[in-house]
Design a protein around this ligand. Sequence first.
Ligand code: GLN
Length: 245
Amino acid sequence: MEVLKIKPNNITDIDWKILKKLYANNLTEITKKLENNYPVQYLIGNVEFCDCTLEVNENVLIPRFETEFLVEKIISKIKNYPQNTLKILDIGTGSGCIIISIAKKIFQKYYALDISSKALEVAQKNADLNNVKINFFEKNILNEELDRDYDIIVSNPPYVGYNENVDLSTKYEPQNAIFAEKKGLIFYDRILKIISNKPKLIAFEIGMNQGKAIKELAKKKFPSANIKIEKDLTGKNRYLFIENK
Ligand code: GLN
């Protein structure tokens, strides 16, 4: 029998209990991984996000707390629209966390794209697990156009500049879900370029120092829109909303 291992410092009691069950025979190995900052979420294999349980693996970014607050804000905005036939697109869906947790709360038509077919497999599985219908498709928006107009576009694209500091655990996540060119701004620029209608709402998660630059891009594209930067629960600028009348 394996000797009882000591819980690594960065792991909660609850997670350790789960890990001891899942990895009863490899506790030495996973303790080493955890000590090397390997994300506990990948070892457990799922996370709680908004009111959803979502599977995660190394093919998807681990959903972040900040993004839960983005979802709450988007849901309260969508509730102001009377229609229930809105086409809603999530760009760079990853695990599907944003679009699935919205779809679980509000009846609309949902679409989500990602550059990674492996991420889309995870997202599809998560949609099934949570009983929501999302039309997933593979697309690299940096060199492809959107296939149709959408009423609402949401996105938490990679937005960290290549020279920025990140948590050690992020090295195990898909790097193309975190880092982006042009100081992390390339996706906001491109998304705004490929939109050819006037969506009611565009909702972005953004880096804390990117608000001003993205607001300028948004203003150029939609001069009469209501553009607002909002803060996350730690007081950092984290979201940008563009609403067209
Ligand atoms: N916010 C994530 C982080 O802190 C990065 C994800 C992203 O760029 N959208 O690592």
